[in-house]
Every structure is written in structure tokens, then in C-alpha cells.
Design a protein around this ligand. Structure first.
Ligand code: B12
Length: 203
């Protein structure tokens, strides 16, 4: 599956997903197969072995694979919700593959998730958190240049008087535990499984 993503071919990805279905769980297929492939694409891109159009094709193929598995991910575990989470990618940042995987996995684990998409202005995080009475806000940033946006959302939560009621989880490739601590987030999660575990601990 990882090879299929690196080959940037949607058909190959869908064929690999079909083959893995029934043997592996949907979250395993996504994280250990598709996301692993996307990370490999990132490494090859950084080394100049793949170019932006390839990355876009691989991203599309990845999304097609995730969409294919959506039904299997289900609506979450039971009727009792573990908590309400608003999740989005900060303004100026269009990367949303990882963020969307996190949303899907949180939902599958039993959280009510409101995904506000990518390139989301600070105001959208705040408005949505108020609207749905969120217990947690997840903030994704994939570039060093947009990481600051996570801090801005936290500051805005404080200004809106919501910080005491809402836990904050940050993620995305350039984020770290040290960064999360520095900006006053409640936690950092490295990947979607980690995000589910940390959300369960915090809520
Ligand atoms: C795919 C990709 C794209 C796609 C995005 C498609 C999409 N719909 O998302 C496209 C082609 C559109 C794109 C565009 C650009 N990109 Co780009 N892109 C990537 C790439 C190769 C992979 C990202 C990815 O999807 N990874 C796979 C997913 C599964 O992993 P993930 O995102 O890290 O998510 C996991 C964790 O981080 C975590 N997580 C993620 N979000 C959250 C949120 C929460 C709350 C939590 C808890 C956890 C969590 O869980 C996820 C699942 O395990 C990265 C390289 C890399 N190594 O990351 C570059 C990269 C991020 N891009 C980069 C750049 C520069 C750009 C562009 C400016 C174009 C360019 N010149 O290359 C534009 C950005 C425009 C903008 N304003 O945003 C740079 C950023 C450099 C920096 N400054 O830090 C990178 C690092 C590549 C590089 N080395 O140059 N990109």
C-alpha cells in the first residue's frame, strides 16, 4: 500500500486497499499503509526525488483510499459520546490529510468531532467551539511558517473566556511536545492513534 502511494497512482492505491480489507482494520490500513506511504512521499519530495505534482497526485490517491474506508470506520463507539472536539488546520495552511485522519479516528473512537477544515481563521475555531460547546480543540499545522497559528488560537480561546473549559491538543509534523508546552497547549499528539489516546486521557 505504501508503494502504491509512492507510485502516486490512485488505481494502485484502491487495489491495495481492496486487498488489505478484511485482513487489516481500517485504522491500521490508514496509519500503517496509507499514511506511511505519504510520509515516504514527503521524504522523497524533501530529497528532490519527487516534485510537487507527484505530491498532489499522491495526496489525491491517499484521500481516495481513506474515502473508500469511510464506511468501515463507522459512526463511533456507541451512543454515549466521550467528548466534543473541534478540529481544524490553521489559517494559511492547506495541509489537511493528517488532520482529517485524526478527525476520522477520533470519531471512530466515540468522540463527536466537528472538523472545520483547512486554512481556518482563528475566529472559526472559537465560534465553532462556542456553538457546539466543545470540550477540546485540535489544532493542526504542517509548516514551520504556520505553527504560530496554534498559539493564536490558544490566545483567542483565553480572550473568549473558554480556555478553562476547553482542552487543547496540537499536532502536525513541525509540532513537538516542547512546542505544545511553550504555547500552553494541554498536549501534543504525534499521530492519529496517539491523538485518540491523549483525548481519552484528557477528557
Ligand atoms: C502532501 C503535502 C502537500 C499537499 C497537501 C494536500 C492536502 N490536502 O493536505 C500539497 C501538494 C497541496 C502541498 C502544498 C504545499 N506544501 Co506541502 N507537503 C505535503 C507533504 C509531502 C506531506 C504531508 C502529509 O499529508 N503527510 C501525511 C500525513 C498523514 O501526515 P501528517 O500531515 O504529518 O499528519 C499526521 C501527524 O502530523 C498528526 N497530525 C496532523 N494534524 C494533526 C492535528 C492534531 C490535532 C493532532 C493531535 C495530530 C495531528 O497525525 C497525522 C496522522 O498520523 C509534506 C512533507 C512532510 N514530510 O510532511 C509537505 C510539506 C508540509 N509542504 C511544504 C510546503 C512548503 C508546501 C507549499 C508551500 C508548496 C511548496 N512550495 O512545496 C504548499 C503549501 C501551501 C499552503 N499555504 O499551505 C513543506 C513545509 C515546510 C515548512 N515550512 O515547514 C513540507 C514539509 C515539504 C518540504 N519539506 O518542503 N503539500
Amino acid at each position: 500500500m505504501t508503494d502504491a502511494i509512492v507510485s502516486c497512482k490512485k488505481d494502485a492505491v484502491l487495489a491495495a486497499v481492496a486487498k488489505a480489507r478484511g485482513t487489516l482494520s481500517a485504522p491500521d490500513i490508514i496509519e500503517k499503509g496509507l499514511a506511511a506511504g505519504m510520509n515516504e512521499v514527503g521524504t522523497l519530495f524533501e530529497r528532490g526525488k519527487l516534485f510537487l505534482p507527484h505530491v498532489m497526485m499522491a495526496a489525491e490517491a491517499m484521500q481516495a483510499g481513506v474515502d473508500e474506508l469511510q464506511d468501515e470506520m463507522g459512526e463511533g463507539a456507541g451512543s454515549a459520546k466521550l467528548g466534543v472536539i473541534v478540529n481544524g488546520t490553521v489559517e494559511g495552511d492547506v495541509h489537511d490529510i493528517g488532520k482529517s485522519i485524526v478527525s476520522t479516528m477520533l470519531q471512530t473512537a466515540g468522540f463527536e468531532v466537528h472538523d472545520i477544515g483547512r486554512d481556518a481563521p482563528v475566529k472559526n475555531f472559537i465560534d465553532k467551539a462556542k456553538e457546539v460547546n466543545a470540550n477540546m480543540v485540535g489544532i493542526s499545522a504542517l509548516m514551520t511558517t504556520t505553527l504560530q497559528g496554534q498559539k493564536e488560537v490558544i490566545e483567542a480561546l483565553k480572550e473568549a473566556g473558554l480556555r478553562d473549559k476547553v482542552k487543547v491538543m496540537v499536532g502536525g509534523a513541525p509540532a513537538t511536545n516542547a512546542w505544545a508546552k511553550k504555547i500552553g497547549a494541554d498536549c501534543y499528539a504525534e499521530n492519529a492513534s496517539d491523538a485518540v489516546n491523549k483525548a481519552k486521557e484528557l477528557l
